[in-house]
Design a binder for this molecule. Structure first.
Ligand code: ASP
Length: 588
């Protein structure tokens, strides 16, 4: 037996017991004729003491220990003289009687402490050492707990966990596929699933009316802090349901996660917000509703005063920044620069200070009287001391820019505490999105999303404006300004599905070649169905109060999609290429 207890287990009640522990040497200290070993494992740290005078043999062995040695230590548990309330075993220590080195260790390239001295790249290369640190350990434990809770809840609701294949057919429509060459079928490729969307719908056709899977998905996209080329979804689908049944079921799952993982209870139903309201009031389809500073349209109020920027713009919108009247010229310039960054894309920003004495001061005083500016202030709901910030331009882009500004100011004002949670559903998304560049419609969610039944007449119209107005039976689950889940009621009629492909610009042949299996399946009795998928990594990061998903994944990739530890991707041998009937155009 390697150990009788873990390094996080022993308490004062265990004093007097002979125990054996095994773990990693966090550090060895010498003090007043005694040596102290901090022994660490997944569960915690236990202090081990050796009296130098008492046992010269043991002492010599302890002298040889280095950081991260794996050892087995036996001895007697006793009460500590100077207790350490910061660790769970801080009341006791172990008088060392026997020591075995199970594995010596090279000096680690960075310190295995909560605040490590290692840079990101170094830690990525030695991920197995980084994973020994508490912050990462806590994240992975949280992730485990969430996964277990998801399984418990969905099992209790009659869901079956069913695996779907990773080697599937490439049907690019959305993100780029990762593809895998087939040796047995020369010149042909599998694709890795971006999500098991079609498989879960086929499971519904097959009669498995409640399915879920905690499943890896793959998308070959440019990466950001909250994106990974492979990521995990809680993927779910249900049959014989309407939107309401789906939202109720998964609101239940989210509430059970909050309750059982974070100890937070949400008694009230989650708010629901139509997409149009989210865009108009928050400038985002994933609104952070933890704070105000809502968007207000001021187009008609600011037009007609001779200020060309506002006169020519189809939309002007404003937000009120609390305390903004005290901003200096420099602070305002900095904000103006911020909204002009290419990612935000505003051309400029107009400010109106609502000063404490009730007067107004603005960057457009030449064009607007105090009364005009008071009208702007009142329509934005501003109070004395606020500064009103106005952007104008094309409606969708301008609202999005105002929404981004709102989030930035929310961050700066400390209104976005990561451990305060405000969940909601965003509903009634448009079905289709027009793309000027390719001159075609794209599915806003995906091509299997059902139009709302009352919008079917519009859906069969040939007019672009009509199609743009069709509402989808789709919904997103949003938490603190992050989209955590998304889904929809699906099309289950092969004719409607064919019409969808037609609207998306696929010929009949093309649609059949790519999605024939699904269209055909719908001809053999398809139940009404719908579902949702949650981004599990992101969900975990939010529960952990962190932005980046990377540290909630045991072995993540970096921003270039590289696994720094394995040094992947990498080249393969010519013989491997030959076997796969592949030739690369990159010089080797
Ligand atoms: N498969 C969809 C996605 O990955 C989610 C869903 O509609 O269930 O976004």
């Amino acid at each position: 037996m390697y150990r009788t207890h873990t390094c996080g287990e022993l308490r004062i009640a265990d004093a007097g017991m002979r125990v054996t522990l095994a773990g990693w040497v966090q550090k060895v200290r010498k003090m007043g004729g005694m040596s102290f070993i901090d022994l660490r494992d997944r569960y915690g740290i236990t202090q081990i003491v050796i009296d130098e005078s008492a046992s010269p043999g043991l002492n010599a062995a302890v002298e040889k220990l280095g950081r991260e040695y794996v050892i087995q230590a036996s001895g007697l548990v006793r009460e500590r003289q100077s207790k350490n309330s910061r660790i769970s075993t801080g009341d006791i220590e172990i008088m060392l009687e026997k020591l075995d080195v199970l594995s010596p260790a090279a000096t680690p390239p960075f310190t295995i402490e909560d605040e490590s001295d290692g840079g990101e790249e170094l830690r990525a290369r030695y991920r197995y050492l980084d994973l020994r640190r508490n912050p990462l350990k806590r994240n992975l434990m949280l992730r485990h707990k969430m996964a277990q809770q998801v399984r418990n809840y969905l099992d209790s609701q009659g869901f079956l966990e069913i695996e779907t294949p990773y080697l599937i057919k490439s049907t690019p429509e959305g993100a780029r596929d990762f593809v895998v060459p087939s040796r047995m079928n020369p010149g042909e490729f599998y694709a890795l699933p971006q999500s098991p969307q079609q498989q879960k719908q086929l499971l519904m056709v097959a009669g498995y009316d409640r399915y879920f899977q905690i499943v890896r998905c793959f998308r070959d996209e440019d990466l950001r802090a909250d994106r990974q080329p492979e990521f995990t979804q809680i993927d779910c689908e249900m049959s014989f349901v309407e939107r309401e049944d789906i939202l109720t079921t998964f609101e239940g799952m989210v509430k059970s996660l909050f309750r059982n993982v974070l100890g937070k209870s949400f008694e009230e139903p989650f708010p629901r917000m139509p997409y149009s309201e989210a865009m108009d009031r928050y400038g985002s389809d994933k609104p952070d509703i933890r704070f105000g500073m809502l968007l207000h349209e001021v187009t008609s109020i600011v037009k007609g005063h001779g200020f060309a920027v506002f006169d020519d713009a189809p939309y002007s919108g404003a937000i009120a920044l609390p305390g903004g009247a005290a901003y200096t010229r420099k602070q305002i310039d900095e904000l103006t620069e911020w909204v002009r960054r290419p990612q935000i894309g505003a051309k400029g920003m107009v400010y109106v200070k609502y000063q404490e004495d009730g007067t107004f001061k603005s960057s457009v005083d030449k064009f607007y009287t105090g009364e005009d500016l008071a009208a702007v202030a009142s329509s934005v709901g501003a109070s004395k001391g606020d500064m009103i910030l106005v952007l104008s331009g094309e409606p969708a882009k301008t609202k999005t820019a105002l929404g981004a500004l709102r989030i930035e100011l929310g961050n700066r004002l400390g209104l976005r505490d990561p451990m305060v949670f405000a969940p909601l559903w965003v509903v009634d998304f448009p079905l289709l999105e027009w793309d000027d560049e390719t001159q075609r419609f794209y599915a806003m969610h995906h091509p299997f999303t059902s139009p709302k039944p009352q919008d079917l007449p519009l859906f069969y119209s040939d007019r672009k404006e009509d199609l743009a107005r069709v509402c989808a039976d789709a919904y997103d689950f949003v938490l603190n300004g992050t989209e955590v889940g998304g889904g929809s009621v699906r099309i289950h009629d092969s004719k409607v599905q064919e019409r969808m492909f037609e609207v998306l610009g696929f010929s009949h042949e093309d649609a059949m070649a790519r999605f024939g299996f699904l269209i055909n399946a719908f001809r053999y009795g398809a139940p009404p169905h719908g579902g949702i998928a949650f981004g599990f990594d992101r969900f975990c990061a939010l529960f952990g109060g962190q932005e980046s998903i990377r540290d909630f994944i045991a072995f993540p990739k970096n921003n270039q999609g590289r696994d720094m530890m394995l040094d992947a991707p990498s080249r393969i041998d010519d013989s491997q290429l030959d076997e796969l009937n592949l030739r690369t155009t990159i010089e080797r």
